[in-house]
Design a protein around this ligand. Structure first.
Ligand code: CA
Length: 239
């Protein structure tokens, strides 16, 4: 639970959602996690609110009355760079490429756990902060792993593990996006960029070595999981 400190800015989330059960759960849950919440119950209200007020994150359901989530995303994106997380229902056909093209930052599928959602909201806020100020958090904490970014050191259960430069960058990228699938293309582009001269196995070799260092059972990983044909995901640590 996040307690509000005097003078502390709570991130303001615009929740665009028409299902009452989700509205109720999110209002209570996000408030408890340290966010201010404003609800829009249809697409037009979402656009109107986003024009009048500043939000730090928009959580945007796709299937909405009056105006679709995709059109809401396009409209908001045409005048704001606020991070947008798309929410789709299970079984809904979702074109991820289209979503990224129209400017969504991330997506989550219903039903989701509040914990997963909060991790994703924090991740987009952190990424945005990094983009804006070009500075970094000094450390990343995820479950039993701690990365000290300034000193370039990494600890598992308090014991330091030695990582090479690319391994450090790869683990950091995964830890900064817990619960989110990172495609092979994104991982290669962000960690290697134009330095990627190896064959397509280079990424897998690095993942394999990270697993030997951080997994209890490297051959049966519970932290860095493979999403077949797509990429890898860092699983959110259950507490
Ligand atoms: Ca809906």
């Amino acid at each position: 639970m996040t307690k509000k400190q005097p003078g502390e800015q709570r991130p303001h989330v615009l929740v665009v959602e028409d299902e009452e059960s989700f509205v109720d759960a999110l209002s209570v849950g996000l408030d408890r996690e340290g966010f201010d919440v404003t609800i829009a119950r249809d697409g037009l209200e979402a656009v109107s609110l986003s024009e009048k007020h500043h939000f730090d994150v928009v959580l945007l359901d796709l299937m909405l009355p009056k105006m679709s989530g995709l059109d809401v995303c396009r409209s908001i994106r045409s005048r704001s760079s606020v991070p947008i997380i798309i929410v789709s229902a299970k079984g809904e056909e979702v074109d991820m490429v289209l979503m990224l093209e129209i400017g969504a930052d991330d997506y989550v599928t219903k039903p989701y756990r509040l914990r997963e959602l909060v991790a994703r909201i924090r991740a987009v806020l952190r990424r945005r902060r990094g983009d804006d100020e070009d500075n970094v958090d000094e450390e990343i904490l995820q479950g039993n792993i701690r990365m000290d970014l300034d000193a370039r050191r990494c600890f598992v259960d308090g014991d330091e593990i030695k990582l090479r430069k690319k391994e450090f960058a790869l683990l950091r990228l995964l830890l900064e996006n817990p619960g989110r699938v990172l495609t092979r293309e994104v991982l290669i582009d962000r960690v290697w960029g134009s330095d990627y001269v190896g064959d397509t196995k280079t990424l897998d070799v690095h993942i394999k070595r990270l697993r030997t260092l951080i997994e209890d059972e490297p051959k049966n990983p519970s932290h860095i999981t493979t999403v077949r044909g797509v990429g890898y995901r860092y699983e959110i640590t259950k507490s």
